[in-house]
Design a protein around this ligand. Structure first.
Ligand code: ZN
Length: 191
C-alpha cells in the first residue's frame, strides 16, 4: 500500500501505472502538489512526443495542470537537476531502457522518484521500459479505468482502429478502456 511517509533511509522509486484514462497523471500531480506544499523542491519531466494539450504542462484529462519540462531523451534530465529532492516523470513508457538506471541512480542519491506510465500497450503487451521500472521500484500503484463496454474495472487499453502503430498518443476517439474479457473479445473481432 502506498503511503507518503516512508520510513526509509534512502531515496526510492514509485511507479504509477495502468491503462489509459485510469488517472495516472492525476495521481502524479496529486503527489507532486503535496510534495510542493511540504516545501520539497520538485521537478517534472515528460516526453516531447506527448503534445496532446500543451508542450510545457503535464496535463491530465481533467485539465489540472502542473508545469513540466518536455524532453526527447531521458538523459537530458541531468541538465536540469539541481537541488531537487523529488523528480517526477510522466508518460515514462515512451522513454528508453536507460530510464531504469537513471531512476535507480537518483533513488540511491536520496531522491524520491515518481514515475507514471502505461503498463501495457494496446496489444496487451508490457510497454517498453515500464515492466523493468516496476521491477526495480520500491512502490507500485496500479490504477484501473472503467470498462466502456460492461462498466467493470478495466486494466486494458483498447485501440478502436486497426492501425498497428505502437505510439499511443490519443484520446477517447482512438482508445478506450476495457476489462480483460471485453478487451480480448474486441481484439478477436478486429484482428
Ligand atoms: Zn468489460
Amino acid at each position: 500500500m502506498y503511503t507518503e511517509y516512508h520510513n526509509l533511509n534512502s531515496g526510492y522509486v514509485e511507479v504509477i501505472c495502468g491503462p489509459m484514462f485510469c488517472g495516472k497523471t492525476e495521481e502524479l500531480i496529486r503527489r507532486v502538489k503535496r510534495a510542493m506544499i511540504s516545501q520539497q523542491n520538485v521537478i517534472i519531466f515528460k516526453p516531447k512526443i506527448d503534445d496532446r494539450y500543451h508542450p510545457e504542462n503535464v496535463v491530465s484529462h481533467n485539465e489540472v495542470a502542473v508545469k513540466a519540462i518536455a524532453i526527447n531523451d531521458i538523459e537530458e534530465i541531468h541538465q536540469y537537476l539541481k537541488h531537487h529532492s523529488v523528480i517526477a516523470i510522466d508518460e515514462a513508457q515512451f522513454f528508453s531502457e536507460k530510464t531504469v538506471e537513471i531512476c535507480n541512480e537518483l533513488a540511491n542519491k536520496g531522491k524520491r522518484v515518481i514515475v507514471a506510465g502505461l503498463d501495457k500497450d494496446s496489444f496487451g503487451k508490457p510497454f517498453g521500459v515500464m515492466p523493468n521500472l516496476m521491477a526495480v521500484s520500491d512502490f507500485v500503484t496500479k490504477l484501473h479505468s472503467i470498462c466502456v463496454v460492461c462498466g467493470r474495472l478495466a486494466s486494458y487499453t483498447f485501440r478502436k482502429t486497426q492501425n498497428k502503430d505502437l505510439v499511443m498518443v490519443g484520446t477517447h476517439e482512438t482508445y478506450e478502456a476495457r476489462c480483460r474479457k471485453c478487451y480480448f473479445e474486441g481484439q478477436y473481432n478486429i484482428f
